[in-house]
Ligand binder design. Structure first.
Ligand SMILES: [Cu+2]
Length: 322
C-alpha cells in the first residue's frame, strides 16, 4: 500500500519533470510550473527555477547543519551548552552578506525580464480584448475583423444538465470555446485589454502573463508565441456568477496559415448577412440579434452582448501597431 503510494508519487514526479517543461497546458499530477510557449513565459520559468534551486540549496544546508548539530552534540553524549557564546560579528556579517548576494543574483535577471515583459514596442499587430459578462470579444485592429468567444455549447449543456463530466469524454470541459482566438506564431502581438461591464482578467498560463481587463481603462501586454498549438486559459478575476464559464482558447498557427485564415474571415464578414442563413441553434459567429442563445440568455436574466457590427462597415479602431 505504502509502496504503491510511493511509486505513484515517483511516477508523478518523473512524469512532471521533462513533460512540465514541454507541455503548454497543465497536466494531471503536474508538480512544477510549465515552461510556456513564449519568451515571457520561459523567462518566468527560468526565474522560478533559479529561485527554486537556491531555496533547495539553502534547505539542504540548513537541515543538514541542524541534523549534524542534533546528532553530534546530543545530551546523552555529554554535550554541555556553551552559555558564554552570545555574539559573533563575523557570523553576523556572513549571514547578512550571503542573503544579499543571493537576492542580487535573483533580482538582476528578474528585473531585466520584467522590463522586457512590459515593452510592447515594435509589435507587428494589435488585438483588442474586451471582457464581457461572460465572454470575450477579440478585435484584430486595423483589419476590420472581430469575433466573440464564449463557452462551447457542449460544456454549457453539460454544466447545466447535472451530468457528471468525464475527463475522457470531455477532456476540455469548461475550457473550450465556440470561436478560438487565432494568432500567428513568431510574431510580436500587442494586446490592448479592457472590459465592458466589470473587471475581468485575461489569462493564458502558457503565454506567461495575466492582465486585468478593467472598464474604462486600457491595459497593454504582448506575446510572441514560439510554437504552434492550442493554449487554454480562463478569466482570472471574479466577475460574476458565470466567472468560471468564460474560458479562453488561443490557437497559434504559422504566419502563412494565419494570413489565409484572416483573409477568409474578412471575406466572410464582408459578405452580406442573410438572417435566413443563420443555422439552427446559433454557432456564435451568427449576428447576435438572431442568435437563439442570446434570447435564451435574456430569458435567464443575463445581459446580452451588443449586436456585432458588420465588419466591412465598421471603421478600423486604430492602426495595427504602436
Ligand atoms: Cu470574467
Amino acid at each position: 500500500m505504502m509502496q504503491a503510494r510511493f511509486s505513484r508519487w515517483g511516477l508523478a514526479v518523473l512524469a512532471s519533470l521533462p513533460m512540465a517543461a514541454l507541455a503548454a497546458d497543465a497536466k494531471p499530477w503536474q508538480l512544477n510550473m510549465g515552461r510556456g510557449v513564449t519568451t515571457s513565459a520561459q523567462n518566468a520559468y527560468e526565474a522560478h527555477m533559479l529561485a527554486l534551486w537556491i531555496c533547495v540549496a539553502i534547505g539542504v544546508i540548513v537541515f543538514a547543519a541542524m541534523g549534524v548539530a542534533m546528532y553530534k552534540f546530543r545530551h546523552s553524549r555529554g554535550a554541555v551548552p556553551d552559555t558564554t557564546f552570545t555574539h559573533s560579528t563575523k557570523l553576523e556579517i556572513l549571514w547578512t552578506v550571503v542573503p544579499i548576494i543571493l537576492l542580487v543574483i535573483m533580482a538582476v535577471p528578474a528585473t531585466a525580464k520584467l522590463v522586457a515583459m512590459y515593452d510592447t514596442r515594435e509589435s507587428e499587430m494589435t488585438i483588442k480584448v474586451t471582457g464581457i459578462q461572460w465572454m470575450w470579444k477579440y478585435e484584430y485592429l486595423g483589419e476590420g475583423v472581430e469575433l466573440t468567444s464564449r463557452l462551447d455549447r457542449e460544456s454549457d449543456r453539460l454544466r447545466q444538465s447535472g451530468e457528471r463530466p468525464d475527463a475522457a469524454a470531455n477532456p476540455h470541459y469548461l475550457l473550450e470555446v465556440d470561436n478560438e482566438l487565432v494568432v500567428p506564431t513568431d510574431t510580436k502581438i500587442r494586446f490592448v485589454i479592457t472590459a465592458d461591464d466589470v473587471i475581468h482578467a485575461w489569462w493564458v498560463p502558457a503565454l506567461g502573463w495575466k492582465q486585468d481587463a478593467i472598464p474604462g481603462l486600457i491595459n497593454e501586454a504582448w506575446t510572441e508565441i514560439l510554437e504552434p498549438g492550442v493554449y487554454r486559459g480562463q478569466c482570472a478575476e471574479l466577475c460574476g456568477k458565470d466567472h468560471g464559464f468564460m474560458p479562453i482558447v488561443v490557437r497559434a498557427v504559422p504566419r502563412a496559415e494565419f494570413d489565409t485564415w484572416l483573409a477568409a474571415r474578412k471575406a466572410e464578414d464582408s459578405a452580406p448577412a442573410d438572417p435566413s442563413q443563420v443555422p439552427e441553434g446559433g454557432d456564435g459567429t451568427s449576428p447576435r440579434s438572431v442568435d437563439p442563445d442570446m434570447i435564451e440568455d435574456v430569458q435567464q436574466g443575463e445581459e446580452p452582448a451588443a449586436p456585432q457590427a458588420t465588419d466591412a462597415a465598421a471603421p478600423a479602431d486604430a492602426p495595427s501597431a504602436g
